[in-house]
Design a protein around this ligand. Structure first.
Ligand SMILES: [Zn+2]
Length: 185
């Protein structure tokens, strides 16, 4: 077990082989603050839908990974932003909801990760208007997938399917959110 090479105590690496990749991602991320999060390796993660790349346990402050080296940066950022979403106030979450609501109403196709995309495809107009659980889960996954697209350092991926003009709005929204103080995780 070792602390990140970045010299901070934000992450406790239980899988030293991920150290370099974690360091590279950290240099791309906005400043973050919070109690340490454990990064662990796991095997055979599943939920009722099938295999999972990672499991995040926010209260236990740990993330278990079951993914390839190539996918690790994208999955790491996605899981990390689940912590950010929970810590963000309602105002920021509602602001993100308004952003993706406007996209949906304009007929924006695609998303920035499969986790958000399958949820988006399952949405009906009532989910948006009534802010159903399905809608709120979509918003959360969309937020995490957008962060992964933006900060993982991966320029192209088959799961990045959102129309280009909407990507620019997501980028601008994140710049506004991350522009001030450090993000709490
Ligand atoms: Zn997620």
């Amino acid at each position: 077990m070792k602390r990140t090479a970045a010299g901070d105590t934000l992450f406790i690496l239980e899988d030293a082989a991920r150290g370099a990749a974690v360091g590279r991602v950290l240099r791309r991320l906005p400043r973050m603050t919070g109690a340490p999060v454990r990064l662990q390796r796991a095997r055979g993660l599943r939920d009722r839908r099938g295999e999972l790349h990672a499991g995040t346990f926010v209260r236990e402050r740990r993330i278990a990974f079951d993914c390839s080296r190539a996918e690790f940066p994208r999955i790491f950022v996605h899981e990390l932003f689940h912590f950010v979403w929970l810590r963000k106030g309602n105002a920021a979450r509602r602001s993100y909801e308004e952003l993706v609501k406007s996209e949906c109403l304009e007929g924006a196709a695609g998303e920035l990760g499969w986790s958000a995309e399958w949820r988006k495809r399952a949405l009906g107009r009532r989910d948006i208007d009534a802010r159903t659980r399905r809608w709120r889960e979509y918003c959360c996954e969309s937020f995490c997938d957008s962060a992964a697209w933006l900060y993982s350092g991966i320029g192209r991926h088959e799961e990045f399917t959102l129309d280009a003009r909407f990507r620019g709005r997501r980028r601008a929204w994140f710049a506004g959110m991350a522009g001030g103080s450090a993000l709490s995780i």
